[in-house]
Design a protein around this ligand. Structure first.
Ligand code: GUN
Ligand code: ZN
Length: 433
């Protein structure tokens, strides 16, 4: 018999997309002191009354229950370079990141880091992610295998890069295509795993490799595509030199058949209105990475212009350009970046983008991103406050938006009590009652 689990707490999720500045949004679903019932790994009901004794009860009275966070852009091997001093994107890649990624040719390293990385995601309340491993096939294998063992929803793929990278970190078109096809056959659509054709960024792939990647996407429209776009001004200038016929950086990807509803493009800071219109038309989405954008000094993403153009936006840590796997910290950084642009994002807009919004953009809202009946029970239990200052702030908060905004702004993974993936508890804070 499958376990019947009942989790009690203050349930918060969304039924629609909130407008970015609306603190009173009717899309917020707030069900304090409710039971969430899980059977066979899925949410089967939410109710105020306690269920009967056939349900295994987990009482988290006074705690917050949220859908698991979705990190829509993060690099597993870059735990080794998180918090590296003093560079912008292109220097950062060559000084810190490429040398670290070279180590992942070793299967033992790849396996050890995949395990560490996924356990770290779970310990930060992230239950689903779109992930870059390295160029090495073995690093993608290790990541998929570790995600499968944990029952996690993961989108990933071997990184494609056949130029402008050091020895040991380059593939070639023929071998890369072979590796992609093997990995797709083995992992795409297997349990909760999906393959993403993973172009690192335009400068590290030849036009021939980009064309190969485009062919893979065209052959199977259920594949995802992930890459970086228009993150840094020097990078944008370099792409213009490398692809003189392209109208823009984004156009390089469009010309090679890489933009569709399953494309996740990180950053998109230095796009213009024509690019945003193309993203909208093609259905591709932006992963906003505020911590990384601040840390690498990349620039300030235009949320309002992007949303106004009808482009989906999700939130992402972009570790190791970003400095924390905590989605609370990522959301708090997102608020501050947008505040500089005069766009005061509500707690609802932020939280939605890291849960239901990301799920929708990935075409996975039937499975993740909310506490809706029928979806997979990927959820987290959180304390409302983890410090005396945060407790005081919660005590004086006048309404739910104020409470949740303070929780995002003052919180981090230390507030996390439990992480559940498909109805199985995969993380529990030490010493929890
Ligand atoms: N552009 C190409 N590769 C990377 C990477 O690893 N991190 C970030 N932030 N940008 C990139
Ligand atoms: Zn990145």
């Amino acid at each position: 018999m499958t376990a019947r689990i009942a989790i009690f707490g203050d349930l918060l999720d969304f039924t629609a997309e909130p407008d970015w500045g609306d603190t009173l949004s009717s899309s917020v679903r707030w069900r304090p002191a409710h039971w969430l019932l899980v059977e066979g790994g899925r949410i089967v009901a939410v109710q105020a009354d306690a269920p009967d004794a056939s349900w295994q009860r987990h009482d988290h009275a006074g705690r917050l229950v949220l859908p698991g966070f979705i990190d829509s852009h993060v690099h597993s091997p870059q735990l080794d370079v998180i918090a590296s001093y003093g560079t912008e994107l292109l220097d950062w890649l060559h000084t810190y990141t490429f040398p670290a990624e070279q180590r992942h040719a070793d299967p033992a390293q790849a396996e050890a880091v995949a395990t560490l990385f996924l356990d770290a995601l779970l310990a930060h309340g992230t239950t689903a992610a779109v992930v870059f491993p390295t160029v090495h096939k073995v690093s993608a294998e290790a990541l998929f295998s570790a995600a499968q063992q944990r029952g996690m929803r993961l989108v990933a793929g071997k990184v494609l890069m056949d130029r402008h990278a050091p020895e040991g970190l380059r593939d070639d078109v023929v071998q890369a295509e072979r590796d992609c096809r093997d990995l797709i056959a083995r992992w795409h659509g297997r349990e909760r795993l999906a393959y993403a054709v993973t172009v690192r960024f335009a400068p590290t792939s030849t036009p021939q490799q980009l064309a190969m990647a485009g062919r893979l996407c065209a052959e199977d429209p259920t594949l995802y595509m992930q890459t970086h776009v228009a993150e840094n001004p020097d990078e944008v200038r370099w792409v213009a030199e490398l692809f003189p016929k392209a109208r823009s950086y984004l156009d390089v990807y469009e010309r090679h058949g890489l933009l569709n509803q399953r494309s996740v493009l990180a950053h998109g800071i230095w796009l213009d209105a024509a690019d945003r219109a193309r993203l909208h038309t093609l259905g591709a989405q932006i992963a906003f990475c505020p911590s990384s954008n601040l840390f690498l000094g990349s620039g300030l993403f235009g949320w309002a212009a992007t949303e106004d153009a009808g482009v989906g936006i999700s939130l992402a840590s972009d570790v190791g350009g970003g400095t924390s796997l905590s989605m609370q910290r990522t959301l708090a950084d997102g608020y501050k970046v947008q505040a500089l642009a005069g766009t005061k994002l509500s707690a609802w807009a932020l939280l939605h983008a890291a849960t239901r919004g990301a799920a929708q953009a990935l075409g996975l809202s039937h499975e993740i991103g909310s506490l809706e009946g029928g979806t997979v029970a990927d959820l987290c239990v959180w304390d409302w406050a983890g410090s005396a200052v945060a407790r005081r702030r919660q005590q004086v908060a006048r309404d739910l938006h104020e409470k949740v905004f303070a929780w995002i702004t003052l919180g981090d993974e230390r507030d996390l009590v439990e992480t559940w993936v498909a109805g199985v508890r995969r993380h529990r804070r030490d010493g929890v009652r």
